[in-house]
Unconditional design. Structure first.
Length: 134
């Protein structure tokens, strides 16, 4: 509807003001999350479903100007007017994987709040918060 389109435009303008270096695709909706042709793995798909059910605005693989790394999501909370990059990884917190460490370092330098959910944190979420998540 026209109201929804205007709402999304206002949200995206607010995000662009806060994070001008962020280049966003269209926000995810339930259909795009459930689409099996999506490039999301099952963990990412379940996490996106949870975020959408909590009325978060979720963008898949946002681009960041002058940054070589691409996180899994940019999640925006329209109630608090804040957003955060989210990277989900099956690597352990003390990973020796150079590519993953380089990605985290790049995200630290981009100037946008971010969080990395490592394997241990994903297991804790599954065990203590929502056992159907992953």
């Amino acid at each position: 509807t026209a109201f929804f389109v205007e709402y999304v435009d206002q949200l995206e303008n607010s995000i662009k003001e806060q994070y001008p270096q962020l280049v966003l695709p269209s926000p995810l909706d339930e259909f795009s999350v459930l689409n099996r042709k999506s490039t999301m793995n099952s963990n990412e798909r379940q996490f996106a479903k949870l975020l959408l059910s909590k009325d978060m605005v979720v963008y898949r693989e946002p681009r960041i100007q002058l940054c070589d790394s691409v996180p899994d999501f940019f999640v925006y909370n329209p109630r608090t007017f804040n957003g955060k990059l989210v990277e989900i990884t099956l690597y352990p917190m003390r990973t020796n994987d150079d590519r993953k460490r380089r990605q985290i370092r790049n995200l630290e330098l981009c100037g946008i709040p971010f969080v990395v959910l490592f394997r241990e944190q994903m297991q804790n979420i599954r065990q203590y918060c929502w056992n159907e998540l992953f």
